[in-house]
Design a protein around this ligand. Structure first.
Ligand code: SAM
Length: 218
């Protein structure tokens, strides 16, 4: 089941929302191709395994920016109760078809419609870099709020110092704000999250992978 949550943006955020509408429209247009090209769990299997080892056996989890539900499906298969949130209606429909017993919310990762301390773990793969930098603290603060004090956040982003719109053909037009490890660490610490493991990897893009736990704000 997909629940739709109104985003409730402040007036000054309306203009900035063009970044998200553009990126999300691109994901909607490319949904079938995106799902086909990213169907294999192999690329993130070691990260999912580490995540699973650090959380309770039957954990409550939220996939923040869940896309077509590949990771929701895998984590559910391990016995966890997994929710997903995303703004792409097309990808969410695929996720819902893939894991019908999970709960999906069509909403923005800057406003998580869940109670404080709801989740043992949050999985946020390849999403944060789609936000404009002034909105990243809001999203991470929301992650911190809905995470239990003993919870675990996984976040991955493109590692680089470039930002802007990237296009590959007419359908693929997405905004990326890539970042360094120091910038991601600072954003997490400002949101009250302490990195416990950070690694990087090169595939088609360079990636930064970080696990963090609630801590004190710096
Ligand atoms: C690269 S995909 C990653 C999807 C999934 N996490 C995965 O690993 O396959 C980025 C996802 O972020 C979603 N997204 C981007 N900006 C968002 C926002 N502001 N709120 C909610 N979802 C967003 C897109 O719709 C897309 O599903």
């Amino acid at each position: 089941m997909i629940k739709i949550v109104p985003i409730g943006l402040l007036e000054e955020d309306q203009e900035a929302d063009q970044f998200y509408r553009g990126t999300i429209a691109s994901y909607d247009r490319c949904a079938a191709r995106y799902a086909a090209q990213n169907d294999s769990i192999d690329e993130v299997k070691d990260l999912l395994t580490f995540f699973d080892e650090q959380i309770p056996c039957t954990a409550s989890l939220l996939d923040v920016g869940c896309g077509h539900g590949r990771d929701v499906e895998y984590l559910s298969s391990l016995g966890h109760m997994v929710y997903g949130i995303d703004r792409s209606e097309k990808l969410l429909r695929m996720a819902c078809g893939r894991v019908p017993k999970s709960h999906f919310v069509e909403g923005d990762v800057r406003v998580l419609p869940f109670r404080d301390a709801s989740f043992d773990g949050l999985w946020m793969n390849a999403v944060l870099h789609h936000l404009i930098p002034p909105h990243m603290p809001q999203s991470l603060t929301e992650c911190r709020r809905v995470l239990k004090p003993s919870g675990l956040l996984f976040v991955s982003v493109h590692l680089d110092d470039s930002s802007g719109w990237q296009s590959k053909g007419a359908d693929f037009v997405r905004y990326y704000a890539r970042m360094s490890g120091a910038m991601l660490t600072g954003l997490l610490q400002d949101a009250g999250l302490t990195p416990i493991r950070m690694t990087s990897r090169s595939a088609e893009s360079r990636w930064l992978h970080c696990f963090a736990r609630p801590g004190t704000k710096r």
